[in-house]
Design a protein around this ligand. Sequence first.
Ligand code: SF4
Length: 258
Amino acid sequence: MVSSRSKIHLNGSLDQTPSGESGEPEKSMAEEHIDQCIDQCIGLLEEAYGEPLAGCVDPLDLLVATILSQNTTDVNSLRAFSRLRSAFPDYRDLLRASLEAVVHAIRVGGLAEIKAQRIREALGQIQARAGEMDLGFLREMEKEEARRFLTSLPGVGPKTAAVVMLFGFGFPTMPVDTHVYRLSRRLGLVPGDAGIEEAQRVLEGIVPQEKYLSLHLNLIRHGRRICRARSPLCDQCPLKEICLYRRDLAQSPSGQKD
Ligand code: SF4
């Protein structure tokens, strides 16, 4: 437990400590609430799942794998990625191959024609920009410049760009996938009506940068195991004391959310 930290309670009350003594602008109650909620979320999830560490992943593989993961299951996207890499161990061969050959390799992942086209175009643009099949030039860029380049590629939206930036290069950015989006709204970390891009902006503003990777991966784990889209297992959830969704559920006469 994160017992050394002050707590927020399900009714929204706070164990407050005096603020403003350092000359910093005082935070509003809502900002204090969010800060403490984030802190507890990170701590409780790391207790439950451990603190994930960055691995050594090839940024091009990340880019291709993330495009392949769109609109399909993890199992099928991993199969598609594995078959693609078996068929084309060198991405330059993928550019030289016919579109049909690429489609054939990734068919198991669904939307194969669209994804094959996007992967070829994205890799082609990277090769044209870098003069080689390598994203290493992003290391020389500022964060927003890198994000602009990546999102200019076909099939690369804010989530895919953030995945490549965080896991491939250690840029401080917070990818928001379907699990992170759902859980961050249920927990009350971002407004319930926020879109995905706003959710990313809000999370990047409130999560300590050194915890982006840990919180991202642990929210995904938690979303798969406990906080599922349908019928979340709130009674088993270590976050239940700080979760707005569960608080609303407990206060609703029917015990059901709209
Ligand atoms: S208490 Fe329920 S809704 Fe809230 S994070 Fe846990 S499983 Fe999800």
